[in-house]
Design a protein around this ligand. Structure first.
Ligand code: SME
Length: 148
């Protein structure tokens, strides 16, 4: 994955835009089509204290609502930390929106004030598909778009 090139593409496509849904839709599209590992690529937005609701995504069906105390998405929102899951079957409380998912990465998304506005979820049908480089590069892209 050529993350520097992807970051440049996303930066030029989102230049000057401040609407969070427009930004999420664009990032979800560009990421989803950038790598064959990515089978579901989307955002869950914080719509109430302790509650995530689906936002822009690419791929098959995504669950609509996730409380902070559930799933990988809930863990990322609750802890504010990246969740790198090599085997979803081994993650207690994993929410299976698609039976084909084998591994997952979920990152917190913050605005310029540092508020948690969403989590960014990527599922793969391959086991152990994500690593620390993915975590760092994806976090940098999210910061560049949502915290600028
Ligand atoms: N697997 C996630 C739920 C969202 S689907 O992957 C789209 C979770 O456990 O939180």
């Amino acid at each position: 994955m050529d993350y520097p090139a992807l970051a440049r593409t996303i930066a030029s496509l989102t230049a000057g835009e401040t609407d969070e849904i427009a930004l999420m839709a664009t990032v979800a599209c560009e990421l989803h089509h950038a790598d064959d590992r990515f089978d579901w690529t989307g955002f869950y937005r914080v719509t109430a204290p302790g509650l995530l609701k689906i936002g822009p995504y690419q791929g098959g069906h995504g669950c609509l609502v996730i409380p902070f105390d559930r799933g990988v998405c809930g863990a990322a929102a609750r802890t504010g930390e990246v969740q790198l899951v090599p085997d979803v079957a081994a993650f207690p409380g994993h929410i299976a929106c698609a039976a084909s998912t084998r591994s997952e990465i979920v990152l917190p998304v913050r605005n310029r004030a540092g508020d948690l506005i969403a989590v960014r979820d990527i599922d793969s049908d391959r086991p152990d598909a994500f690593d620390e480089t993915d975590a760092q590069e994806l976090a940098a892209i999210l910061d560049a778009v949502f915290a600028r």
